[in-house]
Write a protein that binds this ligand. Structure first.
Ligand code: BGC
Ligand code: MG
Length: 672
């Protein structure tokens, strides 16, 4: 704008106002300034720069400028606030990114049996490292390794002599560090076993405690008794007989809820609590990604040491010898237990702050039908404990293979899990006979299909991905101490060497003929190498389903809706709002072939094409939704196009008779 135009503007302002409105001095000064602007370079180039305060005041005092400016101002404020509110709601409503432990199954390695690198017959850390490619092949990211701490091996590693050392049988601390570094390089997470309830009787603390060394005197649970007299009470060990053993050095009895060689620590002693926190820090400092916490319900016992009530009060007290003979009112789930777990969780949270370094906490506690006790390990909405307590309910699956039964077991977890938490599933571990032997090889594929398509994290016990079965163990071959008390309780059958190939010893080792437990005779057929070549094998299907589970959001975090259960078939949907791809699972756990009618599910299209069948010959088959045929032990995964919930007249969250569905997305659980 030219200087002249500016003057004209000033003049217009002048003209629009009666002269008396404007103070004279201003008028005079204005005239002077405008008529004779200072002749410096700045005003010549930018005439506005010299606009005097009075002119600005003049403009601002005029309503015709102030009103639009104020409107503009408030409009900007309103827009900014709306934008901020929108951003906050989008962030709050968007599903959180799933963490590593939710995306991948957890794979349990029993280290004695995975791979023996040095040919001594026992698996080791270097052996695990040699086989990391297996996890990449399966698309598994989380690996839990059963105990590898220094141990006299009376409970094969669950009796720890030094929580900060690696047992030489498995290798050295350097081997461990190498394994961890290599796993992290490959994007794999390592979960350690943590055994807080007891130590080995060879642990330094126990020797100091039995010698009543100051500081250590109360590290364990001691009670008065004599060498030959009665025990302090009727409590029994999980492995049978009294849970009290007289110690000659101290002249008192110590408590052991497991073997005699596994004295229980005294968690009422703050020093013991601190020791455990320090041990957790030791491994987290090293970079381990989480812990599976062993036998947590046994951590505390009632201080009054009263007898536990007998299951059958009419039986003589001498007949009480096994855990099944008593109600464990005073030896499990005592007040204060959850405080301990919260303490550990808080410690792990401290280490989880680093971005991408979330530390997982899983608790092991078998509470049988008392499902609400198990659920308490999730913590409360304000204080978190485990990311998940292990779900042992599907261990009962082989008892009764029917669709209704499987649905019942699944529902035990889903209906009782606290709102907003994450489910998990397993069908085996080192303590339970193998699922392929209990349910039958015929059901292995459909069981894996169930585990990999339910909402939540599945845990796979090594060998389940190829359908490994129990071995027969003769009396002289028994390794498990529990089996020495009672041969039928031996856990050896499910701990046999991993079957890698048809080579000698199933490729478990290649230097000797020796393995700590026999290899299953079916190894030439049931092994990783052979099954890799066969598209229809248990292994290939596991891999395919696991890959789909991780690439398909509806499977990972979508709705889970029961739609059908009968004597044979269990069927459910997985779908996610806003996504077109959805999945129908029709799993036949029965003993006969079945034809399932899903015509009542209006959401399903009339014709359904099979994406994956556990019987590969049926891949691609098209069924009418009223006639979906499955063979006994066959599972079908059917992909269909779902008109997303929010965009259509969806019947709601409830489907026909079953009337229940769950949303894993957004971490919210709905029951309807
Ligand atoms: C482990 C067993 C072990 C016991 C005692 C259990 O929870 O899984 O293998 O024998 O704890 O430590
Ligand atoms: Mg070895």
């Amino acid at each position: 704008m030219e200087l002249g135009t500016l003057n004209q503007a000033f003049q217009e302002v002048e003209d629009s106002k009666p002269v008396e409105d404007i103070p004279t001095t201003t008028h005079v000064q204005l005239e002077e300034k405008v008529a004779d602007p200072p002749a410096n370079e700045y005003t010549q180039i930018k005439p506005y720069a010299g606009m005097p305060k009075e002119v600005l005041l003049l403009y601002s005092s005029q309503a015709c400028y102030r009103v639009p400016r104020e409107i503009l101002f408030w409009l900007i404020v309103a827009c900014t606030l709306t934008l901020v509110a929108l951003t906050i709601s989008v962030v709050a409503l968007s599903p959180r990114c799933l963490s590593w432990w939710q995306v991948s199954p957890v794979y349990q390695v029993y280290p004695r049996s995975f791979r023996d690198s040095d040919g001594d017959g026992v698996g080791d850390i270097k052996g695990i490292q040699e086989m990391l490619g297996h996890f990449e092949y399966l698309n598994i990211k989380s690996v839990w390794i059963s105990p590898i701490y220094r141990s006299p091996m009376r409970d094969l590693g669950y009796d720890v002599e030094d929580f900060r050392a690696i047992d030489p049988l498995f290798g050295t601390m350097q081997d461990f560090d190498d394994l961890l570094a290599e796993m992290h390089k490959l994007g794999l997470k390592l979960i350690m076993d943590f055994i807080p309830n007891h130590t080995s009787d060879k642990h330094r603390w126990f020797n100091l405690s039995r010698a009543r060394e100051p500081h250590y005197e109360d590290y364990y649970v001691w009670a008065d008794c004599s060498a030959t007299g009665p025990k302090p009470n009727n409590w029994v060990s999980m492995f049978g007989n009294s849970s009290w053993t007289y110690d000659e050095v101290r002249g008192q009895c110590y408590l052991h809820q497991f073997l005699k060689k596994q004295p229980d620590l005294n968690f009422r002693n703050p020093r013991v609590r601190q020791e455990m926190l320090d041990i957790i820090s030791f491994w987290l400092d090293k970079g381990v990604d989480g812990f599976r916490m062993d036998s947590v319900k046994h951590l505390l016992e009632a201080a009054h040491l009263r007898d536990e009530p007998q299951v059958d009060p009419d039986k003589p007290p001498e007949s009480v010898v096994s855990e099944w003979d008593l109600h464990h009112d005073f030896t499990t789930t005592q007040l204060g237990l959850h405080d301990l777990l919260r303490e550990w969780r808080a410690q792990m949270d401290d280490f989880s702050r680093e971005p991408g370094r979330y530390r997982l906490m899983v608790t092991e506690s078998q509470d049988g039908p008392e499902v609400e006790k198990t659920m308490m390990y999730y913590g409360t909405p304000l204080t978190k404990e485990s990311d998940f307590p292990f779900n042992f309910y599907l261990l009962d699956l082989p008892q009764n293979t029917s669709g209704l039964w499987v649905k019942h077991l699944v529902n035990l977890w889903m209906a009782n899990m606290p709102t907003g938490r994450w489910a998990n599933w397993l069908v085996g571990n080192h303590n339970i006979p193998r699922v392929a032997s209990r349910a039958g090889q015929r059901y292995m594929r459909v069981i894996n299909m169930l585990l990999l398509t339910l909402p939540g994290t599945p845990t796979t016990y090594y060998g389940e991905e190829i359908g490994m079965e129990n071995i027969n163990v003769t009396e002289s071959q028994i390794q498990d101490p529990a089996g020495r008390y009672n041969a039928s309780a031996s856990r050896d059958p499910q701990r046999s060497p991993m079957q890698w190939s048809a080579d000698p010893n199933a490729g478990f080792n290649n230097k000797t003929n020796m393995t700590w437990l026999p290899v299953h005779p079916n190894y030439s057929r049931v092994n990783v190498e052979v099954q890799k070549q066969d598209e229809g094998s248990v292994l290939s299907q596991y891999r395919l389903l696991n890959t789909l589970r991780q690439s398909e959001l509806p499977l990972q975090r979508g709705w889970f809706c029961y739609i059908h259960a009968d004597r044979g078939v269990f069927a459910y949907l997985r779908e996610l709002d806003g996504l077109d791809r959805a999945f129908l699972l029709v799993l036949n756990f029965g003993h006969e072939s079945a034809v399932t009618d899903l015509s009542a599910i209006t959401e399903l299209p009339g014709r359904l094409r099979v994406l994956i069948s556990t019987n590969r010959a049926n891949d691609g088959k098209v069924f009418s939704k009223s006639l979906i045929a499955t063979e006994a032990g066959e599972g079908l995964m059917i992909e269909f196009s779902s008109r997303a919930r929010f965009n259509t007249n969806h019947p709601g969250m409830c489907y026909v008779s079953e009337k229940a569905c769950y949303l894993a997305a957004m971490d919210i659980l709905y029951t309807c």
